[in-house]
Design a protein around this ligand. Structure first.
Ligand code: SF4
Length: 264
């Protein structure tokens, strides 16, 4: 253990994902709290547009669950400059996920203590009744992510773990639904039972323990240059202009989205 991580530090999906992407980015963003370099990092403008469109979709869905008139929201979506948002929101309204029921919590945060560390999750939608606990996560990917990719995401582990441990009487299995706005009929759904939760707990505990054990010089820059393509700290590392891939896009997109939504 080092004393780099301050008392009260809150781990969450984004900072754990950032650590997995690149230890050095974790150091800059979450320990040194360095602001975005100026001029803003050389991430492509299409990446930033995608972030804004995705964030707007999340906001519209959140307002829908708050009870705002759907027609008004449809009109807002139609007036948004990026036409994808309107199509996505229409897809949402036509999906089974637009059903309003009791015990639904949109943009809801829960926090647990895991082996002495704080672990937070902010859910797009949490719904439960006596038989089910359902976690929904809205996505706006250009290509459909693979099931295995999502299954191994730190987000899947953190969300299921925090939901289960903060609501100990929660029914099992928990279901995690990734709903892609551009592929509305293909939700990817995971059923997560107690054995899986124990594995998630072990994995996340090990990850946090590993972060806490590192000295400053051990927060090294990634050797996978694809990871740098969408990182906001490219200028710190003289790694701008690199080519990313779909995986690295996803790695940073969810972090950027959470930050835009004020989830971190
Ligand atoms: S530019 Fe690359 S090496 Fe530098 S912090 Fe970002 S991901 Fe890490």
């Amino acid at each position: 253990m080092t004393d780099l991580i301050p008392v009260g530090f809150v781990f969450h999906q984004s900072n754990l994902q950032a650590f997995q992407n690149c230890r050095f980015s974790f150091l800059l963003r979450y320990i040194k709290k360095l602001p975005w370099p100026a001029p803003l990092a050389a991430r492509s403008s299409s990446f930033e547009q995608d972030l804004l469109a995705g964030s707007t979709l999340h906001s519209l869905i959140h307002q829908y669950f708050l009870g705002i008139d759907p027609e008004l929201l449809v009109s807002c979506a139609q007036n948004f400059p990026d036409a994808r948002v309107s199509g996505w929101f229409d897809n949402f309204l036509a999906s089974k996920y637009a059903k309003i029921t009791d015990n639904q919590f949109s943009e809801h945060s829960l926090q647990i203590t895991l082996n002495g560390s704080l672990l937070l999750a902010k859910f797009d939608l949490l719904s439960f009744d006596s038989n089910t606990l359902q976690i929904c996560d809205w996505k706006s990917s250009q290509t459909m992510p693979k099931r295995q990719f999502l299954q191994e995401r730190v987000q899947t582990m953190v969300y299921a773990l925090v939901a289960a441990r903060s609501l100990p009487q929660a029914p099992r299995p928990i279901t995690m639904h990734y709903w892609e706005a551009g592929f509305p009929d293909q939700p990817i759904i995971f059923e997560i039972g107690d054995a899986q939760l124990r594995k998630y707990e072990e994995t996340i505990t090990d990850l946090i323990t590993s972060i806490r054990s590192l000295r400053v010089e051990q927060f090294e820059r990634t050797t996978n240059l694809k990871k740098c393509a969408y990182c906001e700290y490219q200028n710190y590392c003289a790694r701008s202009g690199l080519q990313g891939d779909e995986g690295s896009f996803h790695d940073w997109f969810e972090i950027g989205l959470s930050e835009l939504q004020g989830k971190n």
